[in-house]
Design a protein around this ligand. Sequence first.
Ligand code: NAD
Ligand code: UDP
Length: 334
Amino acid sequence: MNSDGRTAAPFTRVLVAGGAGFIGSHLVDRLLALGADVVVVDNLQTGRARNLAHLTANRRMTFVEHDVTWELPKKLTAKPFSHIVNAACAASPPAYQADPEHTMLTNVLGTRNLLRVAEQHGARLLLTSTSEVYGDPEVHPQREDYRGWVSCTGPRACYDEGKRAAETLAFDFDRLGRADVRVVRIFNTYGPRMDPDDGRVVSNVICQALSNEPITVYGDGSQTRSFCYVDDLVDGILKLLAYDGPQPGPVNLGNPLELTVCDLIERVVALTGTASPIVTRPLPQDDPRRRRPDIELARSLLGWDPQVSLQQGLEATTRYFAQELREAPAFGFP
Ligand code: NAD
Ligand code: UDP
């Protein structure tokens, strides 16, 4: 028992909602390596069975195809979970905008359904929120106490406002003592198991470069992002999931190295030696101008700092996409 009365529990039986997705599947691997039994719940909207294919023979991993906007099947919740991670939500703008109503409900109803299971089991729940709660930020870099500048009517709102509402639910459950909650705000993350076809800038640019297709820059490419390698991110998520102090978050997790989209493309062109031309496309509505995490809280609370350089991360990601393209070369680029 901790000083504030919260119970410290080892990872024993962990539910990972969204565990067939990019980040969720890496988390599943790490939890299994730590000795946990892992139940993955995923509707395969953007997740892929191949992300978990290497685990099909692992008896400590159970996969259940289910949409979290619906209550979890009773047979799943009959045995208690020690921890729940909610990583269920499409993260790529074209994917989450394809069915905005479902995106909003995934965040609101899905988080509510999972919080209720956490309440029932006395489990700790970690919500994967996002830097999108800062919208198109007027404060730079973004600290957790910045309240954000988010459009509630634009095409990104289903995701941004959905995540803000999910955070509200999580903190209300925590404040009322109904569930032990942790919230991370994830900044742009990349690495192996990204869906080559998901439309995010890292997947698009590397796949375009490897296929000698035109590389698409939206707008003039001067907008910035800060890209975190997935292994670093998962380290941070696990540290917060295991953190037994009084601070539920939100905690920013991201790599503070800030790049313009043009900088990123230059790096990928140099790495791949591609002959691809660069073409411009219109900047999507409400596309944030800049984004960089302030990670002082993660440093002081969790002793966390990203370890993988952009060069190392891009090399590993490029090797992964090269393999994906060899196996399934007919990708279309949204
Ligand atoms: P992803 O799209 O690869 O994974 C999301 C997973 O959730 C998929 O497997 C999908 O099938 C599943 N899912 C979606 N809606 C669902 C529903 N209603 N019921 C059950 N499963 C559902 O995305 P990701 O990059 O792995 O993102 C994981 C989490 O991290 C999400 O919550 C996302 O908002 C958050 N996040 C990611 C990033 C990033 O850069 N990747 C940045 C900020 C936040
Ligand atoms: N972007 C781009 N070309 C692409 C895909 C995206 O220039 O092929 C831009 C996009 O407009 C945004 C940035 O890259 O400014 C990051 O986009 P992504 O979808 O990866 O993440 P998010 O916008 O959610 O941060």
